[in-house]
Design a protein around this ligand. Structure first.
Ligand SMILES: Nc1ncnc2[nH]cnc12
Length: 184
């Protein structure tokens, strides 16, 4: 039987063996999922919280990074954080929208900010937070959304940066992930 391909990731004292999965015809990634992993969410939040500048709100996009943002917000004493949703919900009022292409699903997705959340961050300093920054598309869409809401982005942070994002100096992150292009 063929051995399963994996990638060893270390963050602080935590080690995870990530499965390498094919996401398109020509690309494999080391799949990192913080959703459901209390140890990674808590420990990476503790480390990153020390590296973030002063801000009023954290803003993320659903869904995988939510447990991480939740922990960071608690560490920073922030009573709430903002989650851009991927589908329009009944509770939403005056929603703001942006589209984004996902590297993991290869599909166009929509990010939606609820109007009252946009009101809350207007004129405020925000930090954009994600689990993994890869192509930078999600963080760009999130940045456009908060700009439409009239907020100021003071930092962009993630647990991991992948591929080209790992070379960006405008991002705060704790570890790097390689991409695995497939030769055609
Ligand atoms: N390597 C990765 N693991 C999980 N989610 C991702 N999103 C983008 N890259 C990812």
């Amino acid at each position: 039987m063929k051995e399963k391909e994996t990638y060893m990731l270390k963050i602080g004292n935590i080690i995870r063996e990530l499965p390498i999965i094919q996401v398109s015809e020509d690309l494999k990634i080391a799949s990192f999922v913080v959703l459901g992993d209390t140890e990674v969410a808590t420990d990476s939040a503790a480390i990153i919280s020390e590296k973030l500048p002063e801000a009023d709100f954290l803003v993320t996009a659903e869904a995988k990074g939510i447990p991480f943002v939740h922990e960071v917000a608690k560490n920073l004493g922030m009573p709430r954080y903002i989650v851009a949703r991927k589908t329009l919900k009944a509770y939403m009022d005056r929603p703001l929208e942006k589209t984004v292409r996902s590297i993991t699903t290869q599909k166009e997705q929509t990010l939606i900010l609820d109007g009252p959340d946009a009101d809350l961050i207007k004129g405020k300093r925000v930090i954009l937070i994600d689990d993994v920054i890869s192509t930078g598309e999600s963080i760009r869409a999130l940045e456009e959304l908060v700009a439409d809401a009239g907020a100021e982005v003071v930092a962009r942070a993630a647990i991991l940066a992948e591929g080209d994002a790992a070379e960006r100096e405008d991002l705060i992150f704790l570890g790097k992930l390689p991409l695995f292009p497939i030769e055609q």
